[in-house]
Structures are given as C-alpha cells and as structure tokens.
Design a protein around this ligand. Structure first.
Ligand code: SF4
Ligand code: SF4
Length: 354
C-alpha cells in the first residue's frame, strides 16, 4: 500500500519526511479482494466487510475536502477496482478540489477501469508487485498475479497514465529486490515505493491470529542489517535510472530527532465501517481517533472517539521512538547493556525520498 508524504527538510543533506503541509486521505472503499496475499493487512473484523455506496463515498470525500486544504486521496481496498463506481469516486475527488488522486491496485483492473478514467483524472495508478519474477511474486500474492499485474501496468502506461509500483520487502522476496530497478525501467514505471512488512493483518503471525489466510506462517520480516545494507543501495540504483524512489527510514540513530506523524501530520486512514485512524500500526485495534457516522440522508459526521485511543499513545515519549512499534513488534528493537535502546524506530510514515 502506498503511503505518500510531502517533504519537509530536516537537514540539508537528506530527504525526509512528513506530510506536515499536506493532508492525505487513505480511503478504503471496500475490503473485498480477489487475492489473498500472505502479508495482507486488511482485517475485516476491524475494518468492516461492506462496500460503500457511490453516494456515501462522495459524502465522505466531501467531509475531508472541507476539513483539509486540498488533500490528497489514495483509493484503496481490498481491491478498489472491484468497486463498479470507482471511476465516479475518482471524478468526484477531482471536482471537490483534491490536490492529487491515486488508485492503488493489484493490477487486475476490474470493471474496465482504465477505459472509464483518463490520465487527467488520475495522478497515479499504483501497482503492487512483490517479486521480480512470477515464482517469487506468486508465492506471496497468488498464482497468476504477476502476469496480471504486469499486463495491467503495460496497459496503463500505453494509455498514458503515470504509474508507480509498491514492493513490500519480506523474507520471501528480499533476494529479488536488486532486480527491481531494471524491471521498473523496462515496464515504464515512474515511481517506486519500497515498503517494509509490518505485523498487521496476515503478517501478524508472531503475535496475533491470522485474519484471513489459512496458510502456515513463519516470520516474514527482515532484520535491521539486511535492511540497512540492501535497501538504500537499491533505492539509489532505481533513482539513477530516473525513477522517483521512496522507502521508509525505519531505523534512527539515537541522536536523530523523532517525530510521530500522529502528532505532526494529517493522515486519515478511512475504512468502510466508518473508522478513521491516524496511524496505520493501530489499524488492528479499536484505537481509531474518529468515526464517520452516516445518517439516513447521507450526511456524515466526523466524530472524535472517546479515550483511550491512538491519540493518547502518540503523546507518550519513549527512548525507543515509535510507541506502537514497541507495543506490537518489540523484537525490532535491541538494547545496550545499560538498558537503553541501540537505536530508535522511526515512524512508519517517515520516508526517504530519492
Ligand atoms: S494485500 Fe493482496 S489480498 Fe490484501 S488487499 Fe492488497 S491485493 Fe488484496
Ligand atoms: S507509526 Fe508510530 S510514530 Fe508513526 S504515527 Fe504511528 S505511533 Fe506515531
């Protein structure tokens, strides 16, 4: 999944960050999907199983268009192209003045989606591929999904859409990450998002029950040294090929400043059951900051939830950095003999951009 961020400069030498000026609406219009990926973070129990009607989508888009100045919207699912009226939602977002409109897809592009929108309607179509080869990708995302995704990318590029690609790095596909820059170039992709697998949804095998898949689970996440030694190098290679590349910072030196996006940015992760989170790591829990309630006449109200919710956690200041990481995936942190952490875990929304 795509988590874009506009840049603020923390120092002159490196990239960075948070959407301190921008507002981003990550709008899950349904949770249904034709695939069943090993690392899927969708949790129907927590996120709902309903498909929002076109009217409700319009009404909820209007709420955020009024609340925020020219927000960005990313339409997500499940698989959002399974919604027969996604194209209407895209056009509505444009009419409402959203600064950018993106659709994240697994590449199947149902309901002839590409024929119903134009490159003027959409800033990006973002494809998810988790391997440079069919065998690696399909072991994670399902048989035939590589071929279909590549077909979708080529069709979108041929029609003049800007395309991006999301690669979620795990133990199952780390060995092919170095092959990706050349493949992206060949396919005509202009942006590359490298994601780190998180312990949410189907990947949460170590600490929670599996939400969706019946596949046996093993630990999918990679360790700090592997991340630091390999990911920035690949990102640089992709950038040198002219592909804008974004990857999460993940590890911060102890002296580096720590920012929690929940406190300094405006991100809204909206689900079809009306839950609105500010932190993606909280999405497996009923810790959402807001609820969207829709009345019978389709007038939705964005209501703050009662304490305790995720906002209370954002205010906790701990030497390990991200509080939610410490709570749900503490094995990411190692400690020195004096008990202090060796490094901090940055906010999962903190990005390096090349
Ligand atoms: S991660 Fe896979 S299964 Fe989950 S919504 Fe995306 S494409 Fe569907
Ligand atoms: S991932 Fe951590 S740092 Fe980022 S918003 Fe959530 S709690 Fe805050």
């Amino acid at each position: 999944m795509n988590r874009p961020a506009s840049k603020i400069t923390i120092d002159n030498s490196r990239t960075v960050a948070f959407a301190s000026q921008a507002s981003n609406v990550f709008f899950h219009i349904l949770t249904q999907c034709n695939l069943n990926c090993r690392h899927c973070y969708i949790n129907p129990e927590q996120h709902g199983q309903n498909m929002l009607s076109a009217d409700v989508i319009d009404a909820w888009l209007s709420v955020f268009a009024k609340k925020c100045h020219e927000p960005n919207v990313i339409f997500l699912g499940g698989e959002p192209t399974l919604h027969p009226h996604l194209y209407k939602a895209v056009r509505k977002a444009r009419q409402l003045g959203y600064r950018s409109v993106t659709v994240d897809t697994n590449g199947y592009l149902f309901h002839d989606f590409l024929t119903k929108v134009s490159p003027d309607d959409l800033n990006y179509i973002s494809f998810s591929l988790d391997g440079a080869t069919a065998s690696t990708n399909d072991a994670i995302r399902g048989t035939g999904s590589y071929e279909q995704c590549v077909k979708g990318i080529l069709a979108a590029v041929a029609r003049g859409f800007n395309t991006s690609l999301i690669y979620t790095v795990s133990r199952m596909n780390l060995h092919e990450i170095e092959l990706m820059p050349a493949l992206l170039k060949k396919l005509g992709i202009s942006r590359f998002f490298i994601q780190v697998i998180g312990l949410r949804g189907n990947s949460a095998s170590d600490s929670h029950h599996c939400q969706k898949s019946s596949a046996p689970h093993e630990r999918l996440s990679i360790d700090k040294n592997e991340w630091i030694e390999r990911i920035p190098v690949v990102a640089k290679q992709a950038a040198e090929l002219g592909i804008a590349t974004v990857y999460p910072k993940v590890y911060l030196d102890c002296e580096e400043p720590f920012y929690c996006a929940g406190k300094v940015a405006r991100n809204y992760f909206v689900f079809p059951n009306g839950r609105v989170y500010q932190c993606p790591l909280c999405e497996d829990f009923p810790l959402h900051s807001y609820t969207l309630k829709t009345s019978a006449d389709h007038h939705p109200v964005l209501t703050k939830t009662d304490r305790i919710n995720e906002s209370d956690l954002f205010n906790l200041d701990i030497p390990e950095g991200c509080v939610m990481n410490k709570l749900i995936q503490p094995e990411n942190i190692s400690y020195m003999e004096d008990g202090f952490p060796e490094y901090k875990i940055g906010c999962c929304l903190l990005k390096e951009e090349l």
